[in-house]
Design a protein around this ligand. Structure first.
Ligand code: ARG
Length: 569
């Protein structure tokens, strides 16, 4: 349960609802206001169709009658056909929104829900590629959004550190491994071995045999040489991943690779056995899912006795449930794994666990496509995430050198702009859609970009710095002096709702889009209403409060998305 907020437009909506609900004979909780179809109709709208039957009036007649009987100070109601629209006086709007806009709790709510967010989850010994960027960025944003709404959030990185591929890697390492290369460029060298393994496997039968043996050794649980080698690969890979996470500001509560569930695998197989859903097929064990409408069965143990990706996910899900008793468990993983997660949920359901398996949700996302096709990579295979960040930082440095050559900490700001540009570009699209990545567009300081919003934020900071007086606190300025702030107040006022909707749909884009509206309205307010050269001191003072609120809300919103907010750029 999440409580109602006192932020943004919510207090106004609540007042309107309280006035209207008795007229309609419904409870206030039953009444929700929408946005008017057209901005000029005001800030709120109530479609009257729903109440036609109960009131015995047609919707237009009802809207008209309600408008006639509506009396709230500072708010007018007007019927437009079947819609009842409400318009708030700009002074009331400004005072309602600005009263709490600079609170550190702006748009926060409380909640007793636990939300597990599993995200990023790259594979050990392979570079994090741009696909993992999306999981990392979307997952981290969702985690912060739920946290802002008061949830107890558990962030898990389900590293791909187990599976038959590690047998292959060990077999390859035994033949071609080079300790000094591993030291210098661990993931590069391991990838090289992996690629070579696949090239030579067909002509050298001893390779797959050794690989199988190595994975069996790993799964035996004995601390042998194979395990030592695997451990080393894991540690070296993690060290590289950590560097990228640090750049993106990404943190996890738990780094739990697939291997972490090793001692829970047998128990998971026993549990499936006890539920009577295991079937033997040619030496392998599987769960048939036809009854759940899934043709492909879920394989949980191979004929040579090793476990699978799905076995480890079943163990992980059960372990998470018993540890966290989650209200929601999100898996932020690309859409190519839809079948896998459907199988996971269906298997748990067949095992009689639907009470909680229904709380599992696969948060899918589309692919990243690059317009500049010929970006060659270190490996020649995939574009790594680190390379994308490097390239963006290089471009950001060039732009800053041109726009603001005297900037003191240009290097650091370039990195912040680069990260902000990439993160925002990823999150401004509906997550299911593919993202087309065009360097020029991503880093532009104008248009729908991260740098545009970062720049707007920095500009607010600069005005506040240049002002002789500190921004007035609530009560020290007159909101009635701010009629021109109407669009900005509406944009800021709708932000709390954007956060709630972003959580309800697991869609950070709704926050990115709300921030763009705020940025646009903020820039046009600033263009039309000079702050530092205002006609009167009172006016300058009130406008300074607006700029300070804009700065604060941008910082909160960009912070939720993972976009850094430098004070100067
Ligand atoms: N490591 C996998 C990959 O990179 C993603 C893991 C997703 N999470 C899970 N619980 N299966 O494709």
């Amino acid at each position: 349960m999440t409580n109602a907020t006192t932020f943004g437009l919510d207090p106004l909506a609540n007042r309107i609802i309280t006035a209207i609900a008795p007229e309609l004979g419904v409870s206030t909780a039953d009444l929700q206001l929408e946005r008017p179809r057209e901005e000029k109709h005001g800030e709120f709208s109530l479609p009257c169709f729903r109440f036609s039957k109960a009131t015995g009036k047609n919707p237009a007649q009802l809207a008209g009658d309600l408008a006639d009987g509506f009396h709230l100070e500072g708010i007018t109601a007007a019927a437009a056909g079947p819609f009842l629209n409400f318009k708030v006086d700009p002074a009331l709007l400004a005072s309602t929104v600005l009263e709490h806009a600079r609170s550190i709790d702006f748009a926060r709510t409380t909640s007793d829900e636990t939300t597990v967010v599993e995200f990023s989850s790259p594979n050990i010994a392979k570079p994090m590629h741009v696909g993992h960027l999306r999981s990392t960025v979307i997952g981290a944003a969702l985690a912060r959004i739920y946290e802002h709404l008061g949830h107890n959030v558990v962030r898990i990185n389900h590293l791909g550190d187990w599976g038959s591929q590690f047998g292959k890697l060990v077999a390859g390492w035994q033949r071609w491994g080079d300790a000094s290369k591993l030291e210098a460029d661990p993931i590069g060298h391991l990838l090289e071995i992996y690629v070579r393994y696949h090239k030579e496997e067909k002509d050298d039968e001893s390779l797959p045999a050794d690989a199988k043996k190595a994975f069996q050794e790993l799964e035996s649980g004995v601390d042998n040489e194979t395990r030592q080698t695997w451990k080393q690969f894991t540690e070296l890979s993690l060290r590289e991943f950590q560097r990228t996470y640090a750049r993106l500001g990404t943190e996890f509560d738990f780094l739990r690779g697939e291997s972490w569930y090793e001692d829970k695998l047998q128990d998971t197989l026993d549990f499936l056995e006890a539920a009577n859903i295991l079937e033997l097929d040619d030496g392998a064990w599987l769960v048939n899912l036809k009854s759940e409408g899934i043709k492909t069965p879920c394989l949980v143990k191979t004929a040579h006795g090793t476990t699978l990706y799905a076995t480890r996910d079943l163990a992980a899900a059960r372990s998470r449930w018993s540890e966290f008793q989650f209200d929601r468990c999100l898996y932020v993983v690309g859409s190519e794994q839809i079948l896998h997660f459907n199988q996971l949920k269906a298997t748990l359901k067949r095992a009689g666990e639907s009470e909680w398996s229904d709380r599992i949700e696969h948060i899918t996302f589309g692919l990243i496509r690059l317009t500049e096709g010929k970006l060659s990579t270190r490996s020649g295979l995939v574009l790594t995430l680190a390379e994308v960040l490097d390239r963006a930082a290089e471009l950001a440095r060039e732009i800053i050198a041109e726009k603001n050559p005297d900037l003191a900490n240009a290097e650091q700001v370039a990195e912040q702009v680069a990260v902000g540009a990439i993160v925002f570009h990823d999150l401004k699209h509906q997550r299911q859609k593919d993202v087309v990545f065009d360097w020029k567009e991503v880093l532009s300081f104008e248009g729908d970009t991260g740098p545009y919003l970062q720049y707007t934020h920095a500009r607010c900071c600069s005005i506040l710095r240049k002002s002789e007086k500190a921004a007035p606190t609530w009560g020290e300025f007159d909101p009635a002096l701010l009629p021109e702030s109407r669009d900005l107040m509406v944009a800021i006022g709708r932000f709390p709702q954007a956060i709630r909707e972003a959580a309800a749909k697991n869609e950070p884009m709704l926050i990115a889009q709300a921030l763009l509206k705020i940025g646009q309205a903020g820039n046009s307010f600033y263009r039309n209403c000079s702050v530092l050269k205002a006609e009167t001191p009172e006016l300058g003072n009130a406008r300074l409060a607006v700029m300070d609120s804009l700065r604060h809300v941008l910082a909160i919103g960009l912070g939720l998305l993972g976009v850094p907010t430098p004070k100067e750029m």
